[in-house]
Design a protein around this ligand. Structure first.
Ligand code: ADP
Ligand code: ZN
Length: 586
């Protein structure tokens, strides 16, 4: 196939050379006989009316034809009114390029031919390349295989994400049911979270559980392709999916396609724009009754183009986070199912040691252990093997990797998040604290404490002040427990929130007596923050509330210790756990 193509190219090249030579020959062999005339005799002939036609050439020559058909050549003096004189004498005048004409034509033809040749081979190549890429793609696609070997039992932990995905099974199986109720069908689901946390696994499990084919592509695959190919691949993929009826389409690394455009400047290439548009068009083409679900995955939801997240697109977003200690234990056990594990292996202990490990890393830990045991020809995997494997798994990593975060950092996070959670419970008992964790989320924070105020028509001054105290409680706990020198950068987001809230109290809501019932916003617009009086007031109120927050925590130190302890132990606690700790201390 390859040789054949080469032959074809060589033949074409030869044909091309022959044709060019022929053309050049005919052009060059201008075999007319020119009679050399002096300029004076040329003028005479003109006056005599013997000249029929004249060609003024730019190479300082004049050629022409006598009335009797013979050709002549003479010098062109390039006087200004030569042409006028000639015309007045009734002679046809044309201005032409001189001898260069022939050369020019040849050059022109050669260049043109060269381009045609290059274009031809390139086109040929890229077409072949495209063909290859498309075939390759369909190969990595698993070609719509039904991963029936995989179901939700293969996913441990991630209970919330799993529950959300389970809801979709019914929708894929019986879309008619939902259609009958006029329910708007989810079209796209976005799974976001750190790498290796089981996003791909969840998508496969969904397909497996629903018993439908699974098509997978990766966003970055679409980037280094020839123009227009990304979009056509998307259309091909969807066409194939539609033909198979119900299915799950999985797009990994969607951020490669739908990166946020920065400051109006198109940060993404035209190519990824085109591919993204093709994707959005295909997705809006569903009528919902098809039972097709598109699952996309990303490590970084914050860099995604909002266009992707709009209703009718990836409007269902599910966080898939790093596993906490309980989930880690489950994942470890899951990946030991088919392995001979010695009885001395304490998965609980291993789970404690593998803080900040993703599911993929845990899987790799068990695999590595098995390999070590096999190499040693042991009967089964013991704790020693796992310990050895542990260092292999974390060895190749950068220092800043989360798995090597010191216990001290965990402790700081535990008190910081514990502070938020506890102050929430103490000042705003109506707020929900659904989840407190020291496992980092994708948002980059060390951990987080989910604080949801009840739905209210209005917020009172007290409500806002409480919210500010909750925001400041992380830093307050750090300062109380570790001392003023050891406060951390972990509070930056909190301070942003508290400053914004106090700013609104003063400049919009007239809630600060000293500043009065003035809408500073009306006067200063968005620049209220650059007003030094307002900054002074924000500072004063922040200080007052910070002191109050510290006092609350200092009066409940035992509680704070217990919440932090529980967090260090379980890594994630929920509202019930929190209420239990508080009740016990009362
Ligand atoms: P992601 O798509 O989030 O990067 P994957 O789904 O590709 O992660 O996970 C890679 C592998 O790690 C999976 O094939 C599985 O073996 C293991 N794994 C990850 N998360 C889990 C989990 N929650 N339960 C069981 N295994 C997991
Ligand atoms: Zn905080």
């Amino acid at each position: 196939m390859k040789i054949n193509n080469k032959k074809k190219i060589i033949i074409l090249l030869l044909v091309f050379i022959v044709i060019t030579s022929l053309i050049s020959y005919t052009l060059l062999s201008d075999n007319k006989e020119y009679k050399q005339l002096s300029y004076n005799s040329f003028i005479d002939k003109m006056n005599e009316g013997d000249i029929e036609e004249v060609f003024l050439r730019d190479d300082a020559k004049i050629t022409g034809v006598f009335k009797d058909g013979k050709h002549f050549i003479t010098d062109n003096p390039r006087t200004k009114n030569l042409k006028e004189t000639l015309l007045k004498n009734g002679i046809k005048v044309s201005e032409v390029q001189g001898k260069t004409t022939v050369k020019d034509i040849i050059t022109f033809v050669l260049i043109l031919g060269g381009f045609a040749f290059v274009g031809f081979t390139f086109n040929k190549n890229s077409a072949r390349h495209a063909e290859k890429e498309i075939t390759e793609m369909s190969n990595i696609d698993n070609n719509g295989e039904n991963p029936d070997a995989i179901n939700f039992n293969d996913v441990a932990g991630n209970d919330e994400a799993k529950d959300s995905m389970k809801e979709l099974v019914d929708f894929i199986k019986t879309p008619e049911k939902y259609e009958r109720y006029g329910a708007r069908m989810p079209r796209g689901v976005l799974l976001y979270g750190p790498p290796g946390t089981g996003k791909t696994l969840l998508a496969k499990a969904l397909a497996g559980e629903a018993g439908v084919p699974y098509y997978a592509v990766t966003g970055s695959d679409f980037i280094q392709v020839y123009a227009g190919l990304g979009a056509s691949r998307i259309r091909k993929l969807f066409k194939k999916a539609r033909q198979s009826g119900k299915c799950v389409i999985f797009i990994d690394e969607i951020d490669a396609l739908g990166k946020k455009r920065r400051g109006g400047l198109s940060g993404s290439s035209d190519e990824s724009d085109r591919t993204l548009n093709a994707l959005l068009t295909e997705m809006s083409g569903f009528n919902g009754g098809e039972g097709i679900i598109v699952i996309a995955a990303t490590n970084r939801i914050d860099t995604l183009d909002e266009a992707l997240l709009r209703p009718g697109r990836f409007d269902r977003q599910i966080e898939v986070g790093l596993p906490d200690v309980k989930a880690r234990q489950k994942i470890l056990k899951l990946h030991s199912r088919n392995k001979p594990v010695s009885e001395d292996v304490d998965f609980n202990k291993v789970a404690y040691q593998t803080v900040y490990f993703s599911g993929a890393k845990l899987e790799s830990l068990m695999n590595e252990s098995a390999m070590i045991a096999a190499k040693e020809n042991r009967e089964n995997i013991n704790m020693e093997h796992i310990d050895k494997a542990f260092y292999t798994v974390i060895a190749g990593e950068e220092k800043k990797d989360r798995s090597t975060i010191s216990n001290n950092d965990r402790k700081i996070t535990a008190y910081h998040e514990g502070g938020h959670a506890l102050v929430t419970k103490l000042v705003s008992p109506d707020n929900k604290v659904t989840k407190v964790t020291i496992i980092p989320s994708t948002k980059g924070a060390g951990g987080f404490s989910m604080n949801i105020p009840p739905d209210r028509m209005y917020n009172t001054k007290k409500d806002i002040r409480n919210q500010v105290m909750i925001a400041l409680a992380g830093r307050a706990a750090e300062e109380i427990v570790f001392g003023n020198d050891n406060i951390t950068t972990g509070a930056s987001n909190d301070l942003q929130k508290s400053t914004d809230m106090i700013m609104s109290m003063i400049s919009r809501f007239g809630m600060d007596e000293k500043s009065g019932l003035i809408s500073y916003e009306s006067i200063l617009g968005n620049n209220a923050g650059s007003n030094s009086y307002i900054v002074d007031r924000i500072k004063a109120i922040t200080e007052e509330l910070y002191l109050e927050t510290k006092e609350i925590l200092q009066n409940n130190m035992e509680l704070l210790d217990n919440v932090a302890k529980s967090l260090l132990e379980k890594e994630t606690i929920d509202e019930d756990d929190l209420n239990n700790i508080i009740r016990k201390n009362r």
